[in-house]
Design a binder for this molecule. Sequence first.
Ligand SMILES: Cc1cc2nc3c(=O)[nH]c(=O)nc-3n(C[C@H](O)[C@H](O)[C@H](O)COP(=O)(O)O)c2cc1C
Ligand code: SF4
Ligand code: SF4
Length: 228
Amino acid sequence: MEKVYYYTGSGHSRAVAEYIAEGLGRHTEDITVGEHEAEDGAVTVVVFPVYCENMPDAVAGFLGTVKTGSAAVAAVYGGISPGNVLFEAQSILKRPLIAAAAVFAGHSFLSEGNSFDRETLDGFVGKIKKPAPVAVPPMRRSFYADFAPGWRSRVGLKIVKNDGCTECGKCEENCPVGAIFCGTPSNGCIRCLRCVSTCPANALSFECRPFLRRYLERKKKEKSFLYI
Ligand SMILES: Cc1cc2nc3c(=O)[nH]c(=O)nc-3n(C[C@H](O)[C@H](O)[C@H](O)COP(=O)(O)O)c2cc1C
Ligand code: SF4
Ligand code: SF4
């Protein structure tokens, strides 16, 4: 059976992928950690979060492995800006794109839950059921999108470990960029928050600095983009 592939830090993209998978009668596969390749299929569906107006590197690599049929991509973003990720995904794919959506969902830095725009996703699912190529136009991208995104996230957000850490090593297994040891992130951390959301002992939490929180709350809009 064809799958819906997803990458996720704090779980929003997984929830979106599960919603799409249910609409299509498919299973999901998590591609966040490790090497993954798209299986052959008629329409490869990939769901991923927007980080600093970029797609995660692993997602760009995965899109390059789609070798058959066509593709549909859903970028999950926190209502600030999806940047130009849909156009970039279209450029990486060597196959036709049949549906693309930038779907606003909760912003992980604001501790918002798994709410997402179902109406846009219903249109996305409907197009996958009746596929035909679509062209995504370039979208506006911030001048600062490529300016040390990981560093900017680290400055704005602190990860805190409490006494409950059992040194189980799960956070090391779950980190997509190999940037944590026993609950202590290193300088390679991109602040995706996957370690926080998957720690079995709930030993990790995060603090969003007030300047970043104020900025995000001021900029947040509930707008999705759908190309079908
Ligand atoms: C490191 C990081 C950077 C982010 N950058 C953006 C951004 O540039 N624009 C935006 O609208 N949301 C941004 N967000 C919010 C996420 O796109 C949003 O919370 C998404 O739902 C996260 O999906 P996930 O839980 O699957 O990781 C960022 C979140 C993180 C963790
Ligand atoms: S997953 Fe949690 S409990 Fe396990 S080592 Fe990491 S922080 Fe500690
Ligand atoms: S250490 Fe950083 S990059 Fe790794 S899972 Fe945790 S937040 Fe993500």
